[in-house]
Design a protein around this ligand. Sequence first.
Ligand code: NAD
Length: 263
Amino acid sequence: MARLTGRTVLITGAARGIGAACARRLAADGARLVLADLDGPGVEKLADELGQVAVRADVTRTQEIERMLEEPYRRWGRLDVLFNNAGVIRVQPLLEVTEAEWDRVLNVNLRAAFFVLQAAARRMARQEPIPGSELRGKLIHTASIAAYRGGNHLMTPYSASKAGVVSLTRSAAQALAPHRITSNCVCPGAVETAMWEQIDREWGTLEGLAPGEAWKRRIQPIPLGRPERPEDVAGVVAFLAGPDSDYMTGQAVNVDGGLVMGN
Ligand code: NAD
């Protein structure tokens, strides 16, 4: 039997990149999925391919969070795992960060991450334990190794938002342990996704680098010697979603080829 057979999982930011790779992996492991994203057509295409459920939702909007969370309860009567993964970035020198950019990045990456986890945890706290487990629910968030070292000199709001996600992970772990809900996060490194294409473009424009040069600089020091693939994150998310991690909570797990050892 696959390790996630029967577990119900909601993934935000599921249309592409890390979220999509996790959707494929968790579906292959037997989970039942609700795939949510701002990109409605993108998430519907993936859900059709995987035989899963799609919801178009902007996680910064309270009503859309509620609608998205109703979906697994309407279909299956419960939500076992939330993968709180939607995120955005902007590459900008610190001296040029505007209030609008700060607000946009923090709004998606930190404020929405909190209200999605809160809305999920309120429901999980009222449900019966996950079949075969002593837990009522599991929360997994996507932070980043940018949380620890300020990312790089061009990612101040993003890095602050991800440090906030690590903090949320731990606050939620403490506050929700009495409800038998765990909270952990993954901290990816430099992953080959559309987000990194954007970083390469914006960083290159700012510093006069040829396309691909910023990416090359970022991946050069990775101890394991190759760029990170979304599937590298998906394996760890599958572990955090499954029964083998039921005794883990409050942890930030680096999945970065060794870029940051410890935190
Ligand atoms: P991506 O840009 O490829 O995918 C992000 C997805 O989130 C997109 O499908 C987008 O439509 C969705 N999204 C954005 N705003 C949303 C909103 N308001 N509501 C709903 N969905 C929304 O990025 P990715 O690389 O797959 O990143 C996924 C997560 O991993 C993010 O939280 C990101 O910060 C984090 N991360 C990425 C890297 C990396 O190197 N790519 C490294 C560390 C952490």
